[in-house]
Design a binder for this molecule. Structure first.
Ligand code: FAD
Ligand code: NA7
Length: 548
């Protein structure tokens, strides 16, 4: 049997990689985690921009598996801010003494499956090579930054930042700041820095719908009440669709009177949270055009009521479907009432070029800037897989495999045929939800399938071991069948067919990066249904996999 450095290599030290390490260590495997970052945290290591925070409520933006820690580890407000999430993940790593299994500043550059020996050989930016039996990627679906290709960009002499690669320090006082991008990140950073900068210009390509987050301090009574109900809470979350801690509505928008609709939307607006507004109010906002327009009209009315300058309000008002990841904010539209905050509609007045000291617009206006911030998002979901070469059974890379299948296809979001013993946490076509609960389900499934395969392998070893006690068997091979990948892809396509998300250009369908194929990249069936699918597979003796 080939000598291995570790049983498993996990790539990525965010929410997914940390939990995967915890479980595999518990199973007695030797495991190493590597990350390109210089410390743990993943998303919350890289995204240190002002205003960075979760848009899932604090009490469920965390792990569910350590009840004592859940109850004892404090959270102050309804939403956890970036420093708190980072501190939480660091705390979990310390609590379970996991750091000694982690190596930072180490990027996986390529990985090659060695079929003869049934091992993966991974080459890293440090020059190191690791030979392992299992390769588990927890690369993050929002971690490869997307920079716009705007003429003149390298000429800019001021400070330049991407929100997804934010430095530890910045100082924007008395500076003129331009921000390109107004998705979740743009909305957060604009809301956070408007009051401290000399001037802020939002360069907006497509206006989006945002609702209040409902953030604020939590009382001791509220926390105690959550703590006393955690078992119920996680049960509800795992049996829901989007896992945001509320019961999703089963009421169609147009089945109630106009007054009742208004009351329900207003209630959701007052409670706060984007997912609540989209999925708790009615059951068809994301799939029915008429229902969607009702939600749009409500939010447009709120924008008109909030933004005093009619010209700014006009530019901020969206007219497309309300069908992107639903945004929420702590006073985004209000910022445009400040005299130092302005907005340019790039559809009306496109950027001609970036200059040494600002942005030149097509109408001849030059915006002088000291700081330029790109809140332009990520090459999401498959971006991190495509930039490195992960080569499977036939020496074919994932990128090549996906070029053949027509998109980033997987079985269950975790497995790909011809890539034995490669497992992905939140790979393409994973559930579209609040992520920690989904990450946990996938991490547990991966840990379980490895345990089962190891057990099977031990019994085979018992039967086949030779007289020297050496194995003729090179360890288990966990590999999805091509038809399982096809069926999963078809299911994901069917589930997204009626979604207005599909008709709207955003990262969710790969439509935010020029040249990237617009294709299904998520399972829209919800976590409850996803868990049922997994259970069926286990009950069937791991259907969809080659026997192992
Ligand atoms: P990540 O946290 O992205 O970690 C992946 C790690 O892999 C990174 O540290 C990266 O450096 C490393 N890596 C990637 N490629 C390589 C390589 N080749 N070699 C070595 N290391 C590599 N989700 C929610 O559910 N709710 C929210 O409220 C929410 N808010 C968010 C806010 C922001 C600003 C962002 C960007 C994302 C947010 N998300 C949210 C999504 C968030 O990414 C997930 O919730 C979660 O943090 C993902 O954890 P992960 O472990 O899968 O990946
Ligand atoms: P998003 O949601 O992809 O938003 C990116 C924003 O950047 C969006 O407003 C884009 O406009 C804009 N953008 C991108 N490229 C350009 C160019 N070339 N010119 C002008 N504007 C551009 O990324 P976020 O980081 O905000 O959020 C991603 C997820 O991370 C989010 O859902 C949370 O889960 C955390 P567009 O709309 O494409 O016209």
């Amino acid at each position: 049997m080939t000598q291995v450095d570790f049983d498993a290599l996990i790539v990525g030290a965010g929410f997914g990689g940390i939990y995967q390490l915890h479980l595999l260590l518990k199973q007695g495997l030797s495991v190493k985690v590597i990350d390109a970052a210089s410390d743990v945290g993943g998303t919350w290591y890289w995204n240190r921009y002002p205003g960075a925070m979760s848009d899932t409520e604090s009490y469920i933006y965390r792990y569910s598996w350590d009840k004592e820690d859940l109850i004892q580890y404090h959270w102050k407000e309804h939403y956890v801010k970036q420093p708190e999430v980072l501190a939480y993940l660091e705390h979990v790593v310390e609590r379970y003494d996991m750091r000694k299994h982690m190596q930072f500043n180490t990027e996986m550059e390529n990985a090659q499956y060695d079929e003869a020996n049934n091992v993966w050989v991974i080459s890293c930016s440090t020059g190191e090579k690791f030979t392992v039996r299992y390769l588990i990627t927890a690369l993050g679906l929002l971690s490869k930054t997307n920079y716009p290709n705007i003429p003149g960009l390298p000429r800019f002499q001021g400070e330049m930042y991407h929100t997804g690669k934010w430095p530890r320090q910045h100082d924007f006082k008395n500076k003129r700041v331009g921000i390109i991008g107004n998705g979740s990140t743009g909305v957060q950073i604009i809301t956070a820095i408007s009051k401290e900068v000399k001037q802020l210009i939002s360069f907006q390509r497509t206006p989006q719908y945002s609702v209040p987050s409902g953030d604020g301090p939590v009382s001791k009574e509220y926390r105690d009440s959550i703590n006393s109900r955690y078992d119920q809470i996680w049960k509800q979350v795992r049996n829901s669709k989007v896992c945001f801690g509320f019961e999703e509505s089963d009421v169609p928008t147009m089945s109630v009177s106009a007054e009742e609709r208004e009351r329900i939307f207003e209630d959701a607006w007052q409670r706060g949270n984007g997912f609540r507004f989209m999925f708790w109010t009615f059951n068809d906002i994301s799939i029915n055009e008429e229902a969607n327009e009702e939600a749009c009209k409500f939010i447009r009315k709120k924008i008109a009521q909030t933004v005093k300058d009619p010209e700014k309000a006009r530019k901020l008002t969206p007219h497309e479907y309300y069908a992107r990841r639903p945004l929420c904010d702590a006073g985004y539209y209000e910022q445009f009432n400040r005299p130092n905050v302005d907005i340019i509609s790039l559809k009306e007045n496109p950027i001609e070029s970036i200059t040494e000291n600002g942005i030149q617009l097509s109408d001849g206006t030059h915006c002088d800037l000291d700081v330029l911030i790109f809140a332009t998002g990520f090459d999401a979901v498959d971006g991190n897989f495509n930039r490195i070469a992960i080569k499977g059974r036939k020496g074919e890379s994932l990128k090549e495999h996906w070029a053949k299948t027509g998109g980033p296809t997987t079985y269950l979001g975790c497995f790909v045929p011809d890539f034995p013993n490669l497992m992905m946490v939140t790979g393409p076509n994973s559930p579209f939800t609040n992520l920690p609960p989904t990450l946990e389900v996938q991490v547990e499934f991966i840990a379980d399938i490895i345990t089962q395969a190891e057990k099977n392998s031990q019994s085979k070893l018992h039967v086949n071991g030779n007289s020297n006690g050496e194995s003729k068997h090179a360890g288990p091979v966990i590999e999805a069948l091509p038809e399982a990948e096809d069926n999963w892809t078809r299911l994901c396509e069917e589930l997204s067919a009626s979604s207005l998300f599909k008709k709207t250009d955003s990262w969710i369908f790969g439509a935010n990066v020029p040249g990237k194929k617009h294709t299904v990249m998520f399972y829209f069936g919800g976590l409850a249904e996803y868990r049922k699918e997994l259970q069926k597979i286990v009950d069937g003796g791991y259907t969809g996999f080659k026997p192992f």
